[in-house]
Write a protein that binds this ligand. Structure first.
Ligand code: BGC
Length: 914
């Protein structure tokens, strides 16, 4: 063999070794986003996933290249950053550490990894770009019009028409790149040369606009052309010009009339730059087709008032008004980094029935938030009215009493002649039923389509079981969760509220994080919460504080801390803890100083909100034996949150703080037991499930008493509640996991599978397709009775994934998991998957009288402890082989009827024969 052939052979052998496990990388993310434009972090965090055949793949090193152009990246020239080979197992949240990034820098990047099973090729390229990092980068001026027009009415039920803005400009030859940075408050649509830019809807995230306003960045290089161009926007009201302005002033925060800030930057190949900015050279009209848009009351669109070509070149805007310079809204201008709201799904109506001549009721078959897209052909001036509701009255009419004073009515006036299609631009509704009146001819199912509108986050979880009722509850939870994401989590999508109440998401956010990749949304919400903090430290119950509720309690504001912990655990996102630690501490100190007496927190507001009441029409129970003492709840939460603060302080290397929280926690715990624990009966206070569960689950209960306290919980559920739920928003946050961790997953399962009152199954049996606000949502007073609220889910969804499927992280971001499928004789099968930051985890088990099979997949670069219900004597096999013959799988110990193994990445088929 010649030397050359020898070398060639060697290279061949080496390269085939390299690819032995087909190692590759995928799903490159920057700040948990795919190819984000206009971010402001200058050390963004980069993450990737590793793929490969076989088991036990662990990254041993990585190299990241970041280049200023795709060409340089392709030539492996990391002129912005070449990390070189870094020996590390970290594959998520790696801080960019290259050249200082300045405004507008585009960064193209790729990664290569080395693993114990070979190395990857370079990944596919990904990119991010920096936004406008300095206030001086902004040359645009705020434009708007601070007042209404004769056809508007600024009153309790405000009507304000949309504003249309327009600007023409010329572009020279040799465009390299064109970028738009835009803020349109409350909502906007953006056009260039007649074409809409982007597929976002209800654009512009809701914030307290006096604190921050978020701009979006669009690459419009392909949208502009040499010569004449037009940029245009429509401004809607959203939360900026609120739904009920000038009304109940004390409670509602309003911001003024719609306004915008827009900067279009055209970069030429010769290095010059042209700016087209919002200023008073723009023209506008408010006399266009959108006559009013009010999130509670609906949108009216008069197609006879359309202005053909208004958003394109050549439009005669001589009759339009000159744009006015207005004051800035006041908030810091910053980049939007949470996903925009989009049309994420569609729903086909199932029936349309005539209610009376000219009026039809359409059933969408599913309660959701969004709107109806309608196709119609008729005469000019024909008016179609659409009204929305969640349920029907016995006589078939819409039931709107629970929408309070929201009018939820869209009106479309036809231009006539051709086929027309319409959907609102700036409002959405929460509904299942639609009343259609004035439709020319007979409305057919094919004329309508529901568009489901929520934040464009990936669905990361899949969950099903052999129990159809659980599956339906999960379905309802899924639809409830997505319905209530609107650039912030809201309480409900239908009535005159739709507010970002903190307490509703305290623990629910954890369950939700298995279903949707909600990391950026919740990180944004923590910013909203921080911005709503008062100088004295108070955190409100609603943030952004559109409604003024600073009632000082532990359970609603405490969500600030619980969500930060969730983001760290589920996504390994430590930034919120770093960013908000000081404000969280300030709030804890504020509550301590103002309300703590002898280590008992003396202030609460909501109690165990919405426990099942004693009589069907009640919203809140008046029966003191059902309700839990508010100070007990507040003090237990203070204890629990001090523990989290202690953890955060450790993470941030603040040992003195950690120590102080530990000491405080101990004192609070002692005072709590002293005050509420009866040493004879081991009952806390009035012995409700919540009163016993909070101290037990939080670890306040002395170890020696925990069995007895747990027994009280079980007795209470089994005897007094006949195996049913008796908790409200607070107790339900810990109930399912509490019962499971203390050894009664079967009781949790019983609660979850009841279909009589009160239960989630009862909602299902009574026609719910989402989750109700009240356990007795079908009979309670309509004053506070939404059929699409998710706070009563408590920890149910987290329990589905963590405890029924057994997909649970031990440390930040699922680098290591603990998988403990339950043994519940009534439940035969669970089949679930979840996309962790490392990749997809799967868990599917079948259990039949002691015969147990379990298929799991662990993603590369992570590992799991698996707890197999194997007793001691039973043999466990994996893919048919005795497990002790498989060298990759390590038996750690046998404990409590479980064989505990450590496994690396890969797929496994475990079996235990009965
Ligand atoms: C909201 C709830 C909220 C509660 C607190 C209700 O009106 O819909 O979700 O948490 O008020 O007061």
């Amino acid at each position: 063999m010649s030397k050359r052939t020898h070398i060639a052979l060697l290279i061949f052998i080496l390269s085939s070794y390299k690819c032995l496990a087909g190692i590759a990388t995928q799903n490159l993310r920057c700040e948990m986003l795919h190819n984000p434009l206009g971010i402001e972090t200058i050390h963004p965090r980069l993450s990737w996933q590793i793929t490969g055949e076989g088991r036990n793949i662990n990254q041993t090193a990585y190299q990241v290249l970041v280049a200023s152009t795709p060409t340089k990246l392709a030539a492996n020239e990391g002129d912005l950053w070449d990390s070189h080979r870094v020996n590390s197992g970290e594959s998520i949240m790696i801080n960019y550490a290259g050249k200082v990034l300045i405004s507008r820098t585009a960064c193209y990047w790729k990664v290569k990894v080395w693993t114990n099973k070979g190395e990857s090729q370079w990944s596919q390229p990904a990119m991010w770009s920096e936004g406008l990092l300095n206030t001086t980068d902004w040359k645009a001026r705020w434009i708007g019009h601070d007042g209404g027009f004769p056809w508007d009415s600024v009153s309790k039920f405000s009507r304000l028409s949309a504003r249309y803005y327009h600007k023409q400009f010329d572009v020279k030859h040799g465009v390299k790149k064109a970028t738009i940075y835009v803020i349109g408050l409350g909502h906007y649509e953006l056009y260039i040369n007649g074409n809409i830019i982007g597929d976002q809807v209800l654009a512009g995230p809701p914030t307290d606009y006096t604190q921050s306003v978020k701009y979006s960045t669009f690459d419009v290089t392909n949208a502009i052309k040499q010569g004449a161009n037009a940029v245009a926007t429509v401004l809607g009201n959203g939360r900026f010009f609120t739904m009920r302005p000038k009304y109940k002033q004390k409670k509602i925060k309003e911001f003024g009339f719609p306004k915008m800030l827009l900067q279009l930057e055209v970069e030429y190949t010769d290095g010059t730059r042209q700016l087209i900015v919002s200023d008073n050279s723009w023209k506008f009209t408010a006399d266009g087709p959108i006559r009013t848009n009010n999130e509670y009351d609906g949108e009216e669109y008069d197609a006879t008032k359309e202005m053909p070509g208004w958003n394109n070149t050549g439009f005669d805007d001589s009759k339009w008004l000159k744009a006015e310079l207005v004051e800035a809204p006041g908030g810091r201008v910053e980049a939007q980094v949470n996903e925009p709201v989009k049309v994420m799904d569609t729903v086909k109506p199932v029936t349309i029935n005539q209610l009376k001549p000219g009026t039809w009721i359409m059933d969408m078959g599913q309660n959701f938030a969004g709107w109806v897209k309608m196709h119609v052909k008729g005469k000019r001036g024909d008016k179609i009215t659409l009204r929305y509701a969640e349920t029907l009255q016995p006589n078939g009419e819409l039931y709107v009493a629970n929408l309070r004073d929201a009018k939820v009515t869209d009106v479309y006036t036809l231009k006539g002649g051709e086929d027309e299609s319409w959907r609102p631009a700036f409002v959405y509704h929460g509904f299942r039923y639609v009343e259609i009146s004035g439709y020319p001819g007979r409305p057919e199912l094919a004329d309508f389509e529901g568009e489901v509108v929520y934040d464009a986050m990936a669905t990361t979880g899949h969950f099903e079981t052999s129990n159809p009722l659980i599956n339906q509850v999960y379905h309802n939870a899924y639809w409830g969760i997505l319905s209530n994401y609107k650039g912030m989590p809201v309480d409900c999508p239908q009535r005159n509220e739709r507010m970002p109440w903190l307490g509703d998401r305290a623990v629910g956010s954890l369950g939700e994080s298995f279903v949707f990749a909600n990391g950026n949304l919740y990180a944004k919400w923590l910013d909203d919460i921080a911005q709503s903090q008062k100088p004295d430290g108070a955190i409100p119950d609603v943030a952004p504080a559109y409604w003024n509720y600073y009632s000082d309690n532990m359970t609603w504001p405490g969500t600030y801390i619980l969500v930060a912990d969730m983001l760290y655990r589920q996504f390994a996102d430590k930034a919120p803890i770093e960013k908000h630690y000081a404000s969280m501490k300030k709030w804890m100190d504020y509550m301590h100083i103002k309300y703590m007496k002898d280590y008992i927190v003396t202030k609460d507001k909501y109690g165990d909100w919405c426990v099942p009441p004693e009589s069907p029409e009640l919203i809140h129970s008046k029966d003191s034996s059902r309700n839990t003492n508010g100070q007990l709840i507040a003090t237990a939460y203070y204890y629990h949150l001090s523990g989290l603060m202690q953890k955060f302080a450790k993470l941030l290397n603040k040992p003195a703080d950690a120590q102080a929280f530990a000491v405080l926690k101990l004192r609070v715990g002692n005072a709590f037991n002293q005050k509420y624990l009866d040493k004879k009966s081991f009952r806390y206070a009035n012995n409700t499930v919540t009163a016993n569960l909070l101290p037990l689950y939080f670890g306040i209960t002395p170890a020696a008493s925990s069995k007895a306290v747990f027994k009280n919980i079980v007795d209470k559920i089994e005897n007094d509640a006949n195996g049913h739920i008796s908790t409200g928003v607070i107790g339900t946050q810990w109930l399912m996991r509490g019962l499971t961790e203390y050894g009664r997953p079967d009781l949790a399962y019983r609660i979850a599978t009841n279909d009589d009152y009160p239960s989630w199954g009862y909602m299902v049996k009574h026609g719910a397709t989402t989750i109700w606000e009240l356990w007795n949502g079908d009979t309670a007073n309509p004053a506070m009775n939404s059929h699409n609220h998710i706070m009563l889910l408590g920890d149910l969804v987290a329990w589905f994934y963590q405890d029924l499927a057994g997909i649970k992280t031990v440390n930040a971001g699922f680098k290591e998991m603990v998988m403990i499928p339950p043994v519940i004789s009534q439940l035969n099968t669970v089949n679930a998957s979840y996309e962790t930051p490392y990749g997809v985890v799967k868990s599917s088990w079948i259990s039949n009288n002691g015969h147990f099979t379990w298929h799991i997949t662990v993603p590369p670069n992570s590992k799991a402890l698996v707890y197999i219900p194997a007793g001691t004597g039973k043999a466990v096999t994996e893919s048919g082989q005795a497990i002790d013959t498989i060298k990759d799988i390590k038996l750690l110990k046998i404990e409590g009827g479980r064989a505990i193994f450590r496994v690396g990445s890969g797929s496994y088929n475990f079996e235990v024969k009965s």
